[in-house]
Design a protein around this ligand. Structure first.
Ligand code: NAD
Length: 275
């Protein structure tokens, strides 16, 4: 450990269980010397195992539905009370699509579900940023990170309306990043992570094949949730003060590939077996 976050305070949204990206970020942030609060929905608190993490990290849990402005305000105000002042970092690790869950295909979208997808998975990021901005809750040179996926920019079969949500969250990071940088010297970025076997990840049908494909296409292989957490720590640290308004790929090189030797090999084997 490097003590990269010694003396830093934060808020981590979206840890559900020990597979969650946010869970890993919390563990690494704790190990690097940060103190922080944790937040998730009341339902997630009932079904997940967040208490265990909170105990280990000496953190308090503040329940919130991230689509609800009052809830977000409460999380941010309570966090400042508990932590004794403004925070230095916020992680938004929240995503959910009812169209994906209910297996509605992209050409048979339920629009009420779609509005929920956008609200939960993208607009909630704006709500967190705007609320923190109005409450002046983040210290100068603070850092806010949300998680994205390459389907924001390229079409990946079955990612459905989450692709639209991710396109929006990347755009929000740029738009708010300008305002937060200009006015308060605060960084706002998204990390575009490899497919990962978490609860949200497992909801995408065919994730097993996708993981195998991206593993074979990426020169460094898929990035794990632990590796994502390490990358996140660097963005919360003082070592990346001038990185803002970026979508940063953390995917073993996948996003720059067209075809790899391994994938070519696998593809030709597939043809051999075809009738
Ligand atoms: N798993 C992957 O393959 C992958 C890849 C790239 C990006 N991501 C992104 O990473 C983030 C975290 O997902 P994960 O893979 O760790 O899965 P996860 O299921 O562990 O985390 C998703 C979290 O969102 C929370 N959530 C859902 N609705 C909410 C609401 N209304 N208010 C507050 N919280 C709510 C859930 O309770 C859960 O904790 C998401 O933004 C996801 O899209 C995941």
């Amino acid at each position: 450990m490097y003590n990269l976050l010694k003396g830093k305070k934060g808020i981590i949204f979206g840890a559900l269980d020990d597979k969650s990206m946010a869970w890993k970020v919390a563990e690494h942030a704790h190990a690097e010397g940060a103190v922080f609060t944790l937040s998730n929905t009341p339902i997630a608190l009932r079904y997940g195992t967040l208490n265990e993490l909170a105990e280990r990290c000496n953190s308090e849990i503040i329940p919130a539905d991230a689509t609800n402005l009052k809830d977000i305000e409460n999380v941010i105000e309570k966090s400042m009370e508990i932590l004794g002042g403004k925070v230095d970092f916020i992680l938004h690790s929240i995503g959910m699509s009812l169209n994906v869950r209910k297996k509605r295909s992209y050409d048979d979208i339920d629009y009420n579900f779609m509005m929920k997808t956008l609200d939960i998975s993208a607009i909630s990021f704006h709500k967190v940023l705007q609320t923190a901005y109005k409450l002046d809750a983040i210290n100068e040179w603070g850092s806010v990170v949300a998680l994205s996926y390459i389907a924001a920019q390229r079409t990946l079969f079955r990612y459905n309306d989450m692709a639209d949500a991710k396109a929006m969250i990347e755009s929000i990071a740029r738009s708010f990043g300008y305002i937060y940088g200009r006015d308060r010297k605060i960084r706002v970025n998204t990390i575009s992570q490899s497919p990962t076997l978490t609860t949200a990840g497992s909801g995408v049908k065919g994730i097993g094949d996708l993981l195998d494909f991206t593993e074979k296409m990426s020169p460094l292989g898929n990035a794990t949730a632990d590796e994502l957490a390490q990358y996140c720590i660097t963005l919360f640290s003082d070592l990346t003060r001038k990185v803002t308004m970026q979508n940063l790929f953390h995917d073993g090189g996948f996003s720059s590939m067209g075809m790899s030797e391994k994938a070519m090999h696998q593809y030709s084997k597939g043809f051999d077996n075809e009738q």
